[in-house]
Write a protein that binds this ligand. Structure first.
Ligand code: DAH
Length: 341
């Protein structure tokens, strides 16, 4: 009988199961009414009294081992089942939303500017951010001593004062005039760089859109009408503009363009500082020196140019008070433009 007990104990210890049903089947086979252990218990009743003590202990140990093994296996299969259940998707649960990106407000406004001028027949021209003195200053009629050429204002590439980061997109005007013959009608978006301390209203990197229109007989009145159309499309049908005389080396005459404040309707508020007007760009008739420097005959052709800051237009359009917000990539700010345009 010792042999039978040992043999059954070995089988109990080695038994393994994957499902609760297998464990139950095993329990019945060993501990059930007709089970193997129950049969051994029956047999035990008739062993010689001097063997009872030792065999009784062995049988008890076997019974304990079997019960323990069954309890362990039950727990094991149950754990495996709940781990598997966790992987089964609950189809009725609300899904996790995909985080979608959105266009940056500067891109939105830049695209809108391009779109408005494209309706007037302008096409997009681009140029390099790392430029030379000729395209940023000399060809645009900047005198040799002009303060913009100073390191206070312009980032020069070390050891070569001829190479610099463009301070305005007017350099693309020059490149376009060098490449193409009139009639020319281009809109030139791009990033520009100036040696400025960063504050709520200034940054060392910002965006501009330049415009250039050259043909025979282009007049100041054509410019005014084009810019009025732009202002109405950008800021609303009731917008009006005014031009104030100004100075730029590359235009003559030159003007600064103001739009009526869209927030107060021209009555005066804290955004327009009580004036009812907001400055949005510079413009003027292309200086004959500039046409000549790029090989265009100023006796035959005339044209106008204008330049605006994209951040500024976006600030006015959306009421953004601090320029730095555009560069911080805080999604709480950016998500406010999800549905714009
Ligand atoms: N380049 C000027 C600036 O950066 C903006 C500008 C003014 C561009 C007048 C023009 C213009 O084309 O005609 O401030």
């Amino acid at each position: 009988m010792t042999g039978k007990i040992e043999e059954l104990l070995a089988r109990v210890e080695q038994f393994n199961a994957k499902t609760a049903a297998e464990v139950e089947e095993f329990r019945i086979r060993i501990l059930g009414k007709k089970g193997e252990l129950t049969a051994l218990m029956e047999e035990f009743k008739s062993v010689a009294p001097e063997l009872k003590r030792e065999l009784g202990q062995r049988l008890n140990a076997l019974k304990n081992a079997a019960q323990q093994r069954i309890a362990d296996l039950r727990e094991q299969v149950q754990n495996a089942a709940s781990a598997a259940a966790a992987h089964i998707e609950d189809k009725s649960r609300p899904g996790t939303a995909e985080e979608l990106g959105s266009r940056h407000p500067i891109s939105l406004v830049k695209n809108e500017i391009i779109e408005i001028f494209s309706r007037l027949g302008y096409t997009v021209a681009e140029g390099p951010e790392i430029e030379d003195d000729h395209h940023v200053f000399s060809a645009l009629n900047f005198a040799p001593e002009h303060p913009a050429r100073d390191m206070q204002d312009t980032f020069f590439i070390e050891r070569n004062p001829d190479i610099l980061l463009r301070t305005h997109t007017s350099s693309i005007q020059v490149r376009t005039m060098e490449r193409q013959k009139p009639p020319l009608r281009v809109i030139c978006p791009g990033r520009v760089f100036r040696n400025e301390a960063i504050s709520y209203r200034a940054h060392c990197i910002f965006h501009q859109v330049e415009g250039l229109y050259i043909d025979e007989g282009v007049s100041f009145a054509d410019m005014k009408q084009s810019l009025l159309y732009f202002a109405k499309e950008m800021f609303g049908e009731n917008t009006v503009i005014r031009l104030r005389p100004s100075y730029f080396p590359f235009t003559e005459p030159s003007a600064e363009v103001d739009v009526s404040c869209s927030l107060c309707g021209g009555k005066g508020c804290n955004v327009c500082k009580g004036t009812g007007w907001l400055e949005i760009m510079g413009c003027g008739m292309v200086d004959p020196n500039v046409l000549e420097a790029s090989g265009i005959d100023p006796k035959r052709y005339s044209g106008f140019a204008f330049g605006m800051g994209v951040e500024r237009i976006a600030m006015l359009k959306y009421g953004v008070r601090d320029l730095r917000l555009y560069f911080e990539n805080d999604v709480r700010f950016l998500h406010q433009f999800d549905s714009a345009l």
